[in-house]
Ligand binder design. Structure first.
Ligand code: S3P
Length: 427
């Protein structure tokens, strides 16, 4: 539990942890690549540490030297471990890891914490079973813990029933182990790190796109080691960018974050809300982003764009809470199966700050601009809820209590230190 005092101003520069999605994938792809890969800027969050443990359990050799991680990998050295795989809080690891494991072959058991063990797994079990894997879940709801037994897979052609980069990636990693072609059809685009990073590692992978429907095809591939330099995580930067907007006299710069479609789309949403944000590119995919105190107004967040904003909805809801007018967030039922039910957790949290919110099945309607006060928040093992509410609590009058704040360690262990530093200037 932590207590946060409010009416802070946010001023200064910071760096956020390495991008979590890219970190998981850099470890998994390095494990499958014959030879030594080097990774710098890897996230130090517990989720990514769990993925590091996972590839070590499978047989990759991981060493740390200064800020770099070296992974000696190759399919010839990977096999099913004797021990069950503990993914902690990481939905990305359990879903993509299941596909990677199925592609290697053998018997693998997976389990996670109370949050992961409630999250839907059928979305990856269905395609992996079609590919020939046998999967035994511990309960009728088909959630973790589960065991996956794979003795050689066949390629499939599979249209994603829900937009999910984890499901897409799970199938593609499994497809790396099949002789014939595996194709994932994606009617609503999701983050593209897996296909981009596999291509860069030399995989037999092709991507076609027709009127926004993407088809990604992969087959058995020999991957080559690479030098991965991981930029900062835009989803973590979003907390500070919104912090800079919602408090008076504030200006925050987050250095070197990943910028790309379906990951940094929240910047456009904030600009539509009237946010003063500068993006200064350092390369085609990274930038320093500065936000300044702004008068925000309500917006509509719904439709296919939700897939590219899904992790930022909690902090966008914070922005909406101080914006004038009513913001409607819709078509976002996926939020109900994240680390927590993010619709109900966020609605309860925002109401405790005095925000007027209507809960809908697929989102919420937030009327901002009212007088807010410190809140009482249950983080429910959900790092993004904890961090979003810490930002709102720092901006409003009074004291905010966040129960279960420790869960932020899954993605951003230094968050509180950064919050203290960035709010050190007195109002
Ligand atoms: C992720 C995909 C998204 C996202 C998660 C990370 C990834 O999940 O919410 O934080 O790295 O592939 P879904 O695939 O369930 O949408």
């Amino acid at each position: 539990m932590i207590k946060i005092n409010g009416i802070k101003i946010f001023r200064g520069e910071l760096e956020v942890p390495g991008d979590k999605s890219i970190s998981h994938r850099s470890l998994m792809i390095s494990a499958l690549s014959s030879g030594k890969s080097k990774i710098t800027g890897l996230s130090k969050g517990q989720d990514v540490i769990a993925t590091k443990r996972f590839i070590e359990l499978l047989g990759a050799d991981v060493t740390e030297l200064g800020d770099s991680i070296y992974v000696e990998g190759g399919t010839e050295r990977l096999c099913a471990p004797n021990d069950a795989i503990d993914v902690g809080n990481s939905g990305t690891l359990i879903r993509i890891g299941a596909g990677l494991a199925a592609g290697i072959g053998g018997e693998f058991s997976f389990y996670g914490d109370a949050s992961v063990n409630k999250r839907p797994m059928k979305r990856v079990f269905d395609p992996l079973r079609k590919m020939g894997a046998d999967i035994f879940a511990s309960n009728a709801a088909e959630t973790a813990p589960f065991t996956i037994l794979s003795r050689g897979l066949k390629g499939i052609r599979y249209q994603l029933p829900i937009p999910s980069a984890q499901v897409k990636s799970s199938i593609l990693f499994a497809g790396l182990g099949t002789k014939d072609v595996t194709t994932v059809i994606e009617p609503i685009p999701t983050r593209r790190h897996t296909e981009e990073m596999l291509k860069a590692a030399g995989a037999n992978i092709t991507v076609t796109s027709r009127s926004n429907v993407r088809e990604i095809s992969v087959s058995k591939s020999a991957l080559t080691p690479a030098n991965y330099q991981i930029p900062g995580d835009p989803s973590q930067a979003a907390f500070w960018i919104v912090a800079g907007l919602i408090s008076p006299n504030s200006e925050v710069t987050v250095k070197n974050i990943y910028i790309g479609q379906l990951r940094s789309d929240f910047i456009e949403v904030l600009r539509q809300m009237g946010a003063d944000i500068d993006v200064t590119y350092g390369s085609s995919t990274s930038a320093d982003v500065t936000s300044r105190s702004s008068s925000l107004r309500a917006t509509e967040i719904s439709g296919p764009s939700i897939a590219g904003l899904i992790d930022e909805i909690p902090i966008l809801a914070v922005a909406a809470s101080v914006a004038s007018g009513t913001t409607r967030i819709g078509d976002a039922a996926e939020l109900r199966v994240k680390e927590s039910d993010r619709i109900s957790t966020m609605v309860k949290a925002l109401r405790s700050f005095g925000v007027t919110v209507i809960e809908n099945d697929d989102g919420m309607e937030i009327t901002g601009g009212g007088k807010l006060h410190g809140g009482e928040v249950q983080a429910k093992l959900d790092h993004r809820i904890a961090m979003s509410c810490a930002i709102l609590g720092s901006a409003v009058e009074g004291t905010t209590v966040i129960e279960g704040f420790e869960c932020v360690d899954s993605s951003y262990p230094g968050f509180l230190e950064d919050l203290t530093r960035i709010t050190a200037v007195e109002n």
